[in-house]
Write a protein that binds this ligand. Structure first.
Ligand code: ATP
Ligand code: HMH
Length: 267
């Protein structure tokens, strides 16, 4: 069984963060593990509070993984402060795992901040260069590049600019783009485009976490970058199509819809 680690924040309401990552990885048939960086008291409507795990404890969780089970792919999500970023970057540099997918989480879907705005320079210099794939949404890509992104050409230009900052591939996600849900991948050599019709739903809490974890799982299973993203996009589209009407705000996606259709329901 392939092994995939998520290094991220815990969303107690279950739709995003570590919880979305573990559900996604489990739906892909890989063995999911987690390093918890922050505990977030949040729900479908708001973020109430964030408590970071100490850098020492982040490092010890990473040591626990790499002295024992190891990984075939890693997904990195919410890193709220420069201290958290440095602890994670130190251990990724020490253990050099394959297939690192980094989602530069800055805000929850309801607009609440998850990254201290003073962390962006540390993120760019310390974390971003470790990524085999960086997966910013449009506001995150704007923050990283300082560009305004309004068109697919702007998404392509931002992907190139972020690639020049040192990561191997970039996926600019179009969930926040008006029109179709179009994502642009620059894999270091060529562009690939992944477009689906926009699904009219408010229930998109954790779509970015879900997509990046699906891509990490596909990379662990041996896919090329473009194929891993193509399959990840299909998976997140399925999960949004069958999203759950839970909570009062942006509800969670349905990570196990396909699996349940194919038999688990009868257990
Ligand atoms: N309404 C929608 N219909 C179809 N696809 C969508 C929709 N919203 C988002 N997506 C897709 O979901 C994936 C995640 O993109 P998105 O821009 O929502 O990430 P995100 O903002 O980082 O998510 P989050 O921060 O909530 O975890 C992309 O493939 C995007 O195209
Ligand atoms: C813990 C956590 N990570 C990421 C997101 C982004 O969806 C969220 N809402 N919560």
């Amino acid at each position: 069984m392939k092994r995939v680690l998520t290094i991220a924040g815990s969303d107690c309401s279950g739709g995003a963060g570590i919880q979305a990552d573990i559900k996604t990885m489990s739906a892909h048939g890989v063995f999911a593990m987690s390093v918890i960086v922050s505990v977030v008291a949040e729900n479908t409507s708001r973020v109430i509070d964030i408590q970071d795990v100490t850098p020492d404890m982040i490092e010890k969780q990473m040591d626990a993984i790499y002295e024992d089970i190891g990984t075939d792919a890693v997904k990195v999500g919410m890193l709220s402060t420069p201290q958290c970023m440095r602890a994670v970057a130190k251990k990724l540099t020490e253990y050099r795992p394959e297939n690192i997918v980094i989602d530069p989480v800055m805000y929850a879907k309801n607009g609440c901040p998850l990254m201290d705005p003073r962390s962006i320079d540390t993120f760019k210099s310390v974390v971003l260069p470790l990524a085999d794939l960086l997966t910013p949404n449009i506001p995150e890509a704007e923050e990283i590049t300082g560009m305004k992104i309004e068109t697919i050409d702007d998404m392509k230009a931002a992907a190139l600019k972020i690639h020049e900052m040192g990561c191997r591939a970039v996926l600019v996600k179009g969930g926040h783009y008006i029109g179709d849900a179009s994502d642009v991948l620059f894999d270091g050599e060529t562009f690939h485009f992944f477009t689906t019709k926009r699904i009219h739903t408010k229930n998109t809490h954790g779509t970015g976490c879900t997509l990046s974890s699906a891509i990490a799982s596909n990379l662990a299973n041996g896919c090329t970058m473009a194929e891993a993203v193509r399959r990840g996009k299909n998976y997140v589209t399925m999960a949004i199509e069958h999203a759950l009407e839970l909570g009062k705000g942006c509800g969670p996606t349905n990570h196990f819809y396909d699996l349940y259709q194919n038999g688990l329901k009868t257990l």
